[in-house]
Design a protein around this ligand. Structure first.
Ligand code: AMP
Length: 294
């Protein structure tokens, strides 16, 4: 039977309290299918987009399953980027806050020593990018001997970024008995191979997006050298002359770069990214909602 309330999953009162505080009234489609399967500790492959509630779909049951008493990490979540690692860490923190779960985010570009210190203390869940996780494994600063739950998030992005070999190195270092969950927006051959190699009778969950944004949006692709990107962006804004527009970038450095260029050119624009203070982000979001950037 498909359940429709978080109460139906027999989650602890600490988790239900945290879920209530997050204003999650009922599970999303992906959560309805994934939460019961993870609670039964079955291997799962999830084809689903960002925005479907996929992070909470694995974070809620993992927070339920981890044993607070245990000092060594019990769950490992691999993400392609540090931004996603930080986001997933925050989601785990919010869901596990009343259970007092300790969640570490381990990624490149941040001080190794601080991560080492964090990993030495009681840690229930580790979220990280493959390269830095391997650095800690090689240094003997990440004890994976008690990992029971492995999550490979945005697997297609990992494939595109050439992380498959590193994922395999990490899997080889894990205890034999562990549950694996893989999430991906698309299922290219490389991901299917990874699944068949490392997962045991996995459950397949596929969430079809209703009224997909991509069906309503005209998309155009330009092949351009990095050096010519900014000029092209300028040209497009002149030719299209939009009343308002949103420009997405894949790193916060790029957001700063594009923002600085547009500001120098006297465009009325604002920037927003995860490296900014929450307060400043909220100010931008509120102005955006009120239509200030037209
Ligand atoms: P994700 O697909 O993990 O990127 O999640 C997209 C957004 O949905 C996040 O902002 C979550 O906080 C939110 N979310 C996740 N589960 C629920 C739920 N059951 N009800 C309402 N919002 C949710």
């Amino acid at each position: 039977m498909i359940k429709t309330n978080f109460e139906d999953y027999h989650l602890s009162s600490e988790l239900l309290k945290a879920i209530g505080l997050l204003n999650f009234e009922c599970p999303t489609e992906v959560q309805k299918q994934v939460i019961p399967a993870v609670l039964e500790q079955k291997d799962i492959i999830v084809k689903s987009q960002t925005g479907s509630g996929k992070t909470a779909a694995f974070a809620i049951p993992i927070c339920q399953l981890v044993d607070w008493e245990e000092n060594k990490p019990q769950a490992l979540v691999l993400t392609p980027t540090r931004e996603l690692a930080m986001q997933v860490r925050e989601d785990f923190f919010n869901i596990g806050r009343f259970k007092r779960l300790k969640v570490a985010a381990i990624y490149g570009g941040a001080a190794f020593y601080n991560q080492e210190k964090e990993l030495k203390q009681k840690t229930h869940i580790v979220v990280g990018t493959p390269g830095r996780i391997i650095d800690h494994l090689e240094n003997g600063t990440f004890d994976m001997s008690n990992i029971k739950y492995l999550v490979i998030d945005e697997a297609d992005e990992m494939l595109d970024m050439g992380f498959v070999e590193q994922i395999e190195t990490i899997i080889a270092a894990l205890p034999k008995e562990h549950m694996t969950m893989l999430l991906s927006a698309t299922m290219p051959g490389g991901i299917k191979t990874l699944c068949s190699k490392y997962m045991k009778n996995p459950i397949h969950v596929e969430i079809e997006e209703k009224d997909k944004a991509s069906d309503r949006i005209m998309q155009t692709r330009y092949n351009v050298d990095e050096i010519d990107k900014m000029q092209l962006l300028r040209d497009i804004t002149i030719v299209e002359n939009p009343d308002s527009c949103i420009i997405f970038c894949n790193t916060k450095q790029k957001v700063d770069e594009v923002f600085n260029m547009l500001s120098d050119l006297k465009y009325a624009c604002k920037k927003i990214h995860g490296g900014m203070e929450q307060r400043d982000r909220l100010i931008v979001m509120n102005k955006f909602k009120q239509g200030h950037f037209r």
